[in-house]
Design a protein. Sequence first.
Length: 507
Amino acid sequence: MPPTESTDSLDRVSAAARGRTALVVAVALFVAGCAGPSRPNVLIVLIDTLRADRLGVYGNDRGLTPFLDTLASQGTLFERAYAPSCWTVPSVSSLFTSRYPSQHHMVTFTSRLPESEVTLAERLRDAGWITGGFVANPNLQPEFGYGQGFDEWRVAPSEDPHMTDGDRVRAQALEWLDRAWHPDSNQPVFLYVHYMEPHAPYEPREPFRHRFVVDEGGRPFDSKATGDAFWDDLAPRWLAEPDPPTASPARALELFLALSGAGGELSNRLACLTPEDDGFALLADRIRHRLAFGSSRLYDAEVAGVDEQVRLLFDELGRRRFFRHAVTVVTADHGEEFMEHGGVGHARALYEESVHVPLIMTGRGSAKARVSANVSLVDVAPTILELLQMPAEPAFEGHSLTAGGARDVVLEFEPIFQNAANVREHALGLVRARRKLLVAPSGHATTYDLDLDPGEDHGDATNTSAAMAEALAAAEERLATRAGTSAPIQPVDAAVAHRLKALGYTR
């Protein structure tokens, strides 16, 4: 199992130079820990839609993630890890290939990973690792190439109403592991486990719903009571408007209650249903913000639930002596918006709430460290190869985190649908130290100082950093010279369309 000698609170390493030094020391211990009678197992746990700021080790004080916080205290925590994009398909593909969305071309729900792309799983399987991937996200079907390099790739079915997504994916992973591997075997395992919680629709189970879905006063959050309060507050002003969109208070409340379960569709549905009338726009705006609050509480309960799921997985793997020689990574593919910048859900923008993700690495003999340098999910695969003392992969774009040093982080968000330019707020981004450049599809650029303005509320569009803009353009030009050829996009069939609607991506 992961080291348990100490669960003391972590010492914050605020200076970038000290963070890089801590990283080098930690990785040296990783490599030393890998030395042993057998090659180490590799575990990657990806938690879909998990914002970094929901973990206690990233500053959250609600107590959502006791297990992940303890795990981070035993290994290396990367304070500023970024997903390369703001939704699952491109980010998971970048994790596997250490390449950017513009290179692997996995940018729509029906993109297929080209066989020419080299995945971490392929490198490990070719070197003798047994490889298995177990996924709760129904969009990552094998026909789209996600299983490339895996001896076994399974997407957990969701038919059993008595099991959560986390229960299903854990059961499948352990059943396969018990068949494919024995702890006394000299053949190591690469295990990838992908949880769907806390992705919308938010359906937290008990006791997490009772503990975390509460209002500011600690009372259970009741959407109907919230709707009644909205009506009492806003109806007089709304009805005073000329030509109100509906004449019935009951109809307005009915609309609110219908929207309260809309999840990721909320912004789109309100946009379609909101007339130009200022009174109704005021009501709609208040509803958006209050529902975002309610959704964020449901999301928090889901985060607490998935923390428990990861603990259960680690307990079972520990019983199987999986961690005797192991390198472990816990991360996420993107975050989630709750009206910080006018939207809910994800796959809309490249703000911090959408792309700042947790990244925790532990291993036998690993040191405790916090690393403040900016890193990307594209760096994970090269780092694992380095820790396993395997040759680097020439096709990989990321850098092994053993090298330390400050680097720019590139963000990309290519169109998902043909009309995506109308809904994407950003197309590109660059993070350099604590400054962040975001570029709209139109080419309009804004710079943020993440130290002075961590919420990205006061961007500077008039004095955008020319050096950062030039660096981003140069990076995109270089990536284009190494881009692969995209595989044919498969048409959206009825099953895919149903999955997208269920997850809130389409109306």
